[in-house]
Design a protein around this ligand. Structure first.
Ligand code: IPD
Ligand code: CA
Ligand code: CA
Length: 267
């Protein structure tokens, strides 16, 4: 399919993520309207306004493309050739609703089951983690020059800082808990950010060394998996088998700890 203009795709992903992030920053100190979406799942007014901003940006640039956005349409085949924008307008809604300052916007473009460009924007820190297939992984902080990202060089699980976030489904939460029970005694420490997109991006940026989750959606992880791969990391399922877009269970790492990491997750 297309690679008509990959730099323009990346520019559009960055602009969409920054636009939505601007909305989230503007609404940060305003009263929240919070609605229940499902068990342990909420959405705020800000999710919808941020989604409109991100979608507006990509739809006006590429009206012929498909769009998969968390608060919008979901029945989309990501393995097909149609270029599809995959958007999480607010990743970390529970944090945002409770005013915990850790959340992000994630925007990716994929076709044929492969993510081509991805951007994860942290609006409060004005940081954007981004990648283009074959073009490396980068971090833009404010208006400074982008910095190339590499995964950490931590050599073993014993020295590793590992991230996770929690599945909504009780059975999968129990699975994460069982994995954590094996992992936590063996690694340096464990972090849960409340934003899977950021938790994953931190592995690409070398801020943590591994991350796992048992129940994510494409919009949570599409941009981040490209970032991690471009930064030299490993992406598999938690049992160590090949991961592909559409699978909800994921384990990522700096590569060096991967065998030990998935062995602990698998039990
Ligand atoms: C959630 C966050 C959270 C993860 C959940 C996700 P949302 O996304 O990434 O960290 O544990 O599984 O659904 O709902 O805030 O966009
Ligand atoms: Ca999300
Ligand atoms: Ca969301």
């Amino acid at each position: 399919m297309p690679p008509a203009d990959p730099p323009a795709y990346l520019d559009t992903a960055l602009a969409a993520a920054v636009d939505a992030g601007g909305v989230l920053r503007r609404l940060w100190n305003k009263p929240r309207q919070v609605q229940a979406k499902g068990p342990r799942d909420i959405v705020t007014d800000a999710d919808f306004v941020a989604q409109a901003a991100a979608l507006g940006r990509v739809q006006s640039a590429y009206p012929q493309h498909a769009f998969l956005s968390e608060e919008g349409r979901h029945a989309i085949d990501l393995s097909g050739p149609t270029p599809t924008w995959i958007i999480d307008p607010l990743d970390g809604t529970t944090n945002y609703a409770r005013r915990q300052p850790v959340f992000a916007v994630s925007v990716a473009l994929a076709w044929d089951g492969a993510v081509q460009v991805g951007a994860i924007h942290d609006p409060l820190r004005r940081e954007t983690f981004y990648a283009a297939r074959g073009g490396g992984a980068w971090l833009q902080r404010g208006v400074t020059r982008p910095r190339a990202l590499r995964v950490s060089g931590v050599p073993d699980l014993d020295s590793a800082v590992v991230g996770l976030d929690w599945a909504r489904e009780p059975r999968l939460r129990a699975k994460s808990l069982a994995a954590l029970n094996r992992l936590a005694p063996r690694c340096r420490t464990v972090r849960a950010t409340g934003s899977a997109a950021l938790g994953l991006a931190y592995v690409g940026a070398g801020l943590t060394d591994g991350y796992f989750h048992h129940m994510l959606q494409p919009w949570d992880l599409a941009a981040a998996v490209l970032l991690i791969a471009e930064a030299g990391g490993a992406v598999t399922t938690p049992s160590g088998s090949a991961w592909r877009l559409g699978l909800s269970q994921i384990a990522v790492s700096n590569g060096r700890i991967h065998a030990e990491f998935v062995a602990a997750l698998r039990g």
